[in-house]
Design a binder for this molecule. Sequence first.
Ligand code: SF4
Ligand code: SF4
Length: 374
Amino acid sequence: MIRIKAGGFKFDYNGSFNALAKGLRMNRGEILKKCSDAMLLRRLVQGIFAASTIWIGFRFYLFYQQLAAGAEQVVERPPGVEAFLPISSLMSLKLWIVSGDFNRIHPAGLVLFLVILLTALLLKRGFCSWVCPVGVINEMLNAVQKLLFRQPLVVRRWFDYLLRSIKYLLLGFFCWIILLKMPGSALKAFIYSPYNQIADLKMLVFFLDPSTPTIVTLSVLTLLSLLVRNVWCRYLCPYGALLGMTSWLSPWKIRRDAGSCIDCRKCTKVCPANIRVHCAGAVRSDECHACLRCVAVCPVKKTLQLSTRGHRFVIRPWMYAVCIVVFFFGSIGAARLGGFWQNNIPLERYRHYIPLLERFNHAHGGQVSEGRAR
Ligand code: SF4
Ligand code: SF4
């Protein structure tokens, strides 16, 4: 093994001299710049989506408050809030497929659900690390964890596999109920029920006035996230499981050129999903969420890339950032123009339902449990 020092950058080398020559073409400054540029880009995109989410949440809160107070409508309901209703969106997708009915109860939810699935199909699980606000919170908790403990708790490989199966079990449960058990008529009844119509408002009230079990659950999740990395995303999120499965079909993968790789293992060290990138030809793991940290940190040019087979089509970090922003906002724009964004629930119906929110219960077929509403 040869120990190399170059431009203040040190690494151990035991590969071919061709690779060594390539490795030395970048100095420490270039590597750090490349890394920070890519990470900065991801932070920027995360910031754009996080700001949009906060803006949507704030407007939805104002919308609710003005109706609850019986005031004139000033703020319109932001349809983007439907992104937080993935189960309703899965139902809408099935109803659309089996009956051709693209319902106008939560059309934005279905549009966003399709966009997110398509992102996974084309751009891997990038939604998790570039768009999802829960992913941002997760990364913040990871940063706090680093400050507090330096090293996260290491979960043994077999236990990690066991825990990772939880999100697939949850996904399987929802798919079994919705895709296999529910006939089209039951789906239609649910989607057009008052319960589903005001599911977004119920969700808001749920978080504005959390019950004791909700507070306990969120606190336990936060504490666990401070001990173990990515608890929610890695072990519990059924949406992540769905995207992980879909991303297997993506032609783009993180691909390593074994010929030029100098086995420095930086890629493996930075991977937040604990993937052994340095020994993979192509990363096929469902846990790869296309954060591109490994690509950014690799010191050898064109050795690690997000590309199709044979590196025919390579997506560089800046292209990925542009693709994901244009794809999301372009699709939303197209849905707006096509009339697939705003729902058709009249304002008067919201006014009628708001005082009855507490009484809506899907256990009663989406009707008010004491029979006060239609
Ligand atoms: S393999 Fe690379 S892109 Fe995938 S999660 Fe790990 S660091 Fe991120
Ligand atoms: S692929 Fe990984 S191990 Fe190989 S040179 Fe790049 S960072 Fe180092």
